[in-house]
Design a protein around this ligand. Structure first.
Ligand code: APR
Ligand code: PHB
Length: 391
């Protein structure tokens, strides 16, 4: 097979990139090692920044999002039993966020890809890449038909944190920055109507909790736990008791209880690999960087990367000009580090660290008080959370 851009990974980064390139008339092959069902059903985050929503509409994959996405004009921060609202629309000149599960985004993008008839391989085994230092980049993989080889001009490494693209770069050519947090999130999906129209982030003596949602009938909730928490120790009853304890506000607000549809534990890390390019291999999304989920930035950063990459590739194919490709890594990393700073800050403000003491807890409460009462501080949170325009 021969194509212009070989894409490894059919997560948000790979699928958005494939569609953006298609709209520029650029051919691609997407190679994914999991099954289509797994890629769709994996439970992931679900907050889209304004720019991600705008892009989905612009590229023609926003029809269901327009109908089913839940537009939110702000969030609540809850501490000391009080819920205080931060009004993004007012503070940012009308920017908002939209709650729409990542798996819904993936479904829409797979449908768009299939309608273009451009290749998308699921269940690819033994995926490897080579030649990105030379003029002959290649992706190899095995499927039911045997070994296949894709010759391409460029490789996009969109294969997430545990993928094969980043480790294929010689270690001496990469610099990595990492922070692993001493806590994780226990998350549940519950068959319960959301009792608030907007997200509630809470800091409680027992730790962090988050109230989110997926639809008018399904609530998504998270609890701070230890990074290696044993799920077996958490009956549904115990999860609900702890959620209610951490989220219930003095005005009587609390989440509605309901059947637990799914539960899981995730660790939290901040990670950046620099540069995001090696020869004709370009890293995008979680392959190059991870943020802790407290700022809801992971999916949006992946989309910002591939938006930039698609424009750089389009310029190259139209005019032979490599300037945007040459600037890809630096330009992405500027946004990435701003999102890293914001995600780290939200995480530190809202979690109780095992290394912290009562002084730290009181300091965090004072910070939340400031962040929800100073217009300058609220504006800073709002513009980072709602997200900067893509360019
Ligand atoms: N070969 C092919 N595909 C692979 C390989 C491999 N060796 N390894 C991983 N993949 C696939 C994964 O199965 C997954 O479908 O690459 C895809 C990477 O997708 P994500 O992990 O979702 O990463 P990305 O597309 O960058 O999106 C980032 O998604 O995971 C969330 O929290 C994350 O919101 C962030 C966003
Ligand atoms: C979610 O709905 O899954 C969600 C919302 C906000 C976050 C993280 C996850 O910060």
């Amino acid at each position: 097979m021969r194509t212009q851009v070989g894409i490894v990974g059919a997560g948000p980064a790979g699928l958005f990139l494939g569609h953006l390139l298609h709209l520029e008339g650029i051919d691609s092959v997407i190679v994914e090692n999991c099954t289509r069902e797994h890629v769709i059903e994996r439970v992931r985050a679900g907050v889209l920044e304004q720019s991600t929503v705008d892009l989905m509409h612009q590229i023609g994959v926003g029809e269901r999002l327009r109908r089913e996405g839940l537009r939110h004009g702000g969030i609540y921060l809850c501490f000391g039993g009080q819920r205080r609202r931060i009004d993004f629309e007012d503070l940012t000149g009308g920017r908002s966020i939209t709650v729409y599960g990542q798996n819904e985004v993936i479904k829409d993008l797979i449908a768009a890809r299939c309608s273009t008839c451009r290749p998308l391989y699921f269940e690819a085994d033994d995926v490897s890449i080579s030649g990105f230092d030379s003029a002959e980049p290649r992706i190899r993989f095995r499927d039911a038909g045997g070994m296949r080889e894709v010759a391409c001009d460029f490789i996009a490494g969109c294969d997430g944190f545990h993928g094969i693209c980043r480790p294929a770069i010689p270690p001496a050519c990469l610099r990595m920055y990492e922070r692993i947090y001493p806590f994780g999130w226990l998350g549940i999906l519950a068959q319960a109507a959301p009792s608030s129209e907007e997200l509630v982030y809470s800091l409680h003596e027992n730790g962090f909790a988050l109230f989110s949602m997926r639809s008018p009938a399904v609530t998504r909730l998270y609890l701070q736990c230890s990074p290696d928490e044993d799920l077996a120790a958490w009956t549904d009853e115990r999860i609900w008791d702890e959620l209610l304890e951490r989220l219930e506000a003095a005005d009587g607000w609390r989440p509605n209880r309901g059947a637990v549809l799914q539960k899981g534990v995730t660790g939290m890390r901040s990670f950046v690999a620099e540069p995001m390019r090696h020869g004709s291999l370009f890293l995008a999304g979680d392959a190059a960087h991870i943020v802790p989920p407290t700022g809801a930035k992971g999916l949006n950063l992946a989309v910002a990367d591939v938006h930039r990459l698609s424009r750089a590739l389009a310029r190259h194919y139209r005019s032979g000009d490599t300037d945007l490709l040459d600037r890809y890594s630096d330009a992405c990393l500027r946004r990435v580090w701003r999102a890293q700073r914001f995600s780290w800050w939200m995480t530190s403000m809202l979690h109780r660290s095992p290394d912290g003491n009562e002084f730290d807890f009181r300091r965090q409460l004072a910070e939340l008080d400031y962040v929800t009462s100073s217009r300058a501080a609220m504006t800073s949170l709002a513009e980072n959370y709602a997200g900067l325009p893509f360019d």
